[in-house]
Design a protein around this ligand. Structure first.
Ligand code: ATP
Ligand code: MG
Length: 423
């Protein structure tokens, strides 16, 4: 599974060559063909073949079934694990609508069961002699018009869009994801079918919905993807909220590569009328965020970490809103919080002038002093002074640490004396 992607391609081509020698048609399939045609490095390489799974297993000793019902075999070769799927006439839908058995078929029918034309291409890397083409050029096999759509930069469902979405409503979110990531337009008929079927998205499991949203918000164009979700009217069922195609200034202003939790926080502010001013965002975080957060957690099946990250970003934003009233110790404690860098990015996205600038300027010298110095006084010190173990120790430790952060004491000896005076 390691090594540069070009090696992964080499491994996939070797599999195709071996299968060819054993008399079976096999091609590169799906996303890797699309990406290579676009000049993008594919994430992984999938192989599709006419050979039955048991034949694939017998050709490659180092292999295992991963989706036996769907005819998928994982082949280990040259340190890579490559999925080899037998041409099939059904795709694997989840949520209780999984076809009970899978019918194996030919390349054309396999292509026609895929979701979008640009995902329905095959590539044959071998020449007539069964060896890889010397120039490394593949022969593209296109049963669905994918090549033209790649040229025109159009995302289009294969076959009748409404029927294809009814087979697996998740494809509606996948449409938004691919269109955003590639910067493609969605063919009008496909887009219209999504709007008409959008209300059915809730029939898909929340895990799958959340997974797609996560891929979109951590992908290269999060605000574009979110905008598409809204304009395709998928937002209502995605969040279990009313449809609302709001502007996305906060999400759009977050730095590239922001975390899923932070992107969700930004989108939440935009969707709930709390963007544009830090005052509005802080009021939302203080008074309205928690029920919304609970709803999103359920709707997107958020992990504990993502939920906590989202809650943290909002509560840090709220705290930072009161920055001017905080003393030095409280400011330092805030600057030392693990989610602070993200929260500051969020604050800047909400309102780049104003308080963000103030915080940035005033935080500099505090950070230079160190916002999280080692405490001069420890619990053992206080016990050594005769204090009984208990909550009183914690409180006093907090106060003496505040004095240290504030600069009211400037050495361990001063800190010990300060504590002694307050026993
Ligand atoms: P990525 O680079 O994001 O992995 P991909 O195109 O490889 O993109 P996958 O989800 O890995 O997408 O799926 C591989 C291929 O399987 C797709 O290109 C498509 O042909 C097909 N496919 C995947 N999911 C579905 C689905 N729900 N319905 C129909 N075809 C699908
Ligand atoms: Mg893939």
């Amino acid at each position: 599974m390691t090594g540069p992607a070009t090696d992964a391609r080499g491994a996939a081509v070797r599999i195709i060559r071996e299968l060819g020698r054993a008399g079976h048609t096999a091609y590169l399939a799906g996303g890797c063909v699309r990406d290579a045609q676009l000049g993008v490095e594919p994430k992984d390489y999938d192989v599709a073949t006419e050979a039955r799974p048991e034949v694939v297993r017998s050709v490659f000793k180092r292999s295992q079934y991963v989706g036996e019902a769907f005819g998928v075999v994982l082949v280990y070769i040259n340190g890579h694990a490559i999925e080899v799927a037998t041409f099939r006439s059904e795709w694997g839908y989840e949520d209780g609508r999984r076809p009970s058995g899978v019918e194996f078929t030919d390349a054309q029918h396999d292509a026609q069961r895929r979701d979008f034309t640009i995902n329905g291409l095959f590539a044959d890397p071998l020449g007539d002699d069964g060896e890889p083409n010397a120039d490394g050029k593949d022969r593209i096999i296109d049963f669905v018009g994918g090549r033209l759509d790649l040229q025109d930069r159009v995302l289009r469902a294969i076959g009748k869009p409404d029927e294809r979405f009814a087979e697996d409503y998740l494809r509606m979110l996948r449409a938004a994801r691919f269109a955003a990531r590639l910067g493609f337009t969605i063919d009008p008929e496909t887009a219209e079918a999504i709007r008409v079927s959008a209300k059915h998205l809730g029939k898909i499991s929340r895990e799958r919905i959340g997974q797609e949203v996560m891929l979109m918000l951590t992908g290269p164009m999060p605000a574009l993807a979110a905008g598409l979700i809204q304009s395709l009217e998928l937002d209502g069922t995605t969040f279990n909220e009313d449809h609302d195609d709001v502007a996305l200034p906060t999400l759009g202003a977050l730095p590239a590569g922001s975390s899923y939790a932070l992107s969700l926080a930004a989108w939440m502010l935009d969707r709930h009328g709390a963007s544009g001013s830090l005052d509005a965002a802080a009021v939302f975080a203080d008074e309205q965020a928690w029920p919304v957060l609970r709803g999103w957690r359920k709707a997107l099946c958020l992990s504990n970490d993502d939920r906590a990250g989202l809650a943290d970003a909002l509560s840090l934003l709220k705290r930072a809103h009161g920055w001017s009233a905080l003393g030095v110790a409280k400011r330092k404690r805030l600057l030392a919080r693990p989610g602070w860098a993200g929260a500051l990015a969020l604050i800047r996205a909400v309102e780049p002038d104003g308080l963000f600038q103030v915080i940035e300027a005033q935080a500099q010298p505090l950070i230079a002093q160190g916002v999280e110095p080692k405490p001069w006084v420890t619990g053992d010190d206080l016990i050594g002074m005769g204090l009984k173990p208990g909550p009183g120790i914690g409180r006093l430790l907090d106060r003496v640490y505040d004095a240290q952060l504030d600069g009211r004491v400037s050495s361990r000896d001063e800190a010990l004396a300060w504590a002694k005076g307050r026993l």
